[in-house]
Design a protein around this ligand. Structure first.
Ligand code: ATP
Length: 267
């Protein structure tokens, strides 16, 4: 795809293999985002009712919502525009509306393109409850979404940890009308997440990822990634200070044990 020079436009390099345990979400995303591009005539033959302009991903923080949006863009060779809801609400009056119109204009120019609205609740929740600017931002977003046609190669993904406080206008048919829940990883997925985040580390023979997965029930992917970084840091610190028992530059189970004692899952 054409790549525009703009700080918000990125071509992500996240692959499906970087993400553990979300195969069903992947299939869902592919059917919604890739299939219409690949087989537009088939979609129409089936009535076009499956066509979507936007989808909402919701669930606890640190569970790969952003990662999934980036991966679908990478794997389908699309441009990717990322925007944070919190950044939009912090702008001056009128500026956020201009920013939204700008984002859609850029996305149309960079087709095929995925627009990713992270923390969509921060704009949705303000309508009617707090300041007027929230209302204008939501209205502008809805207008822009209404102006996009399905199959026109601009797809909008929104993410939130708080689906309960979303403006209901955002999730009506024709808007973010497909909803995908991304929950905390199970035992298998946690083991795979450990695998992914330790694959570039020198691991000692005593490392047991199954044990680590069972010790981290309730943790998010981001928690596990953090845990791996702490363990690696401990191992390296120990090694550079010549305190290793084995004398080897590697991460041992003991480092993970210590990291686990230090690290409290926050999700
Ligand atoms: P937030 O709601 O806080 O924005 P999010 O759901 O968008 O979170 P990401 O930003 O995608 O979460 O994930 C944070 C980091 O955690 C990722 O960059 C990735 O390194 C790691 N991670 C989370 N889930 C997984 C997973 N299933 N497989 C591999 N890595 C993961």
């Amino acid at each position: 795809p054409t790549v525009l020079k703009d700080h918000m436009l990125e071509v992500p390099k996240v692959r499906w293999t970087d993400i553990a345990g979300l195969d069903d979400v992947r299939e869902h995303l592919e059917a919604m985002v890739i299939r219409p591009i690949k087989y537009p005539e088939l979609e129409m033959k089936f009535g076009g009712t499956l066509l979507r302009k936007g989808l909402l991903m919701y669930g606890p923080p640190g569970c790969a919502k952003t990662l999934m949006a980036q991966a679908i863009a990478t794997e389908s060779n699309q441009n990717f525009l990322a925007v944070k809801g919190s950044e939009l609400v912090q702008m001056y009056v009128g500026e956020s509306e201009r920013a939204i119109r700008n984002i859609f204009r850029r996305a149309r120019a960079a087709r095929p393109c995925i627009i990713f609205f992270d923390e969509i609740d921060s704009i949705g929740k303000s309508r009617g409850k707090t300041q007027d600017s929230g209302l204008n931002i939501v209205t502008t977003l809805l207008n822009e979404m209404d102006g996009i046609e399905a199959l026109k190669q601009v797809f909008i993904i929104a993410a939130t940890n708080r689906p309960d406080i979303l403006d209901s206008a955002l999730i009506r048919p024709g808007r973010f009308d497909a909803h995908i829940h991304i929950g905390l990883p199970n035992q298998d997925a946690r083991k795979q997440i450990f695998q992914i985040h330790t694959r570039k580390m020198p691991l000692a023979a005593d490392i047991d990822l199954t044990v680590l997965a069972s010790r981290t029930e309730g943790s998010s992917g981001a928690d596990i990634k953090g845990l791996c970084a702490i363990a690696a840091d401990m191992a390296l610190t120990e090694y550079t200070q010549h305190m290793t028992e084995s004398g080897a530059a590697e991460v041992r189970m003991a480092h993970f044990e210590r990291a686990l004692n230090k690290h409290v899952p926050h999700t």
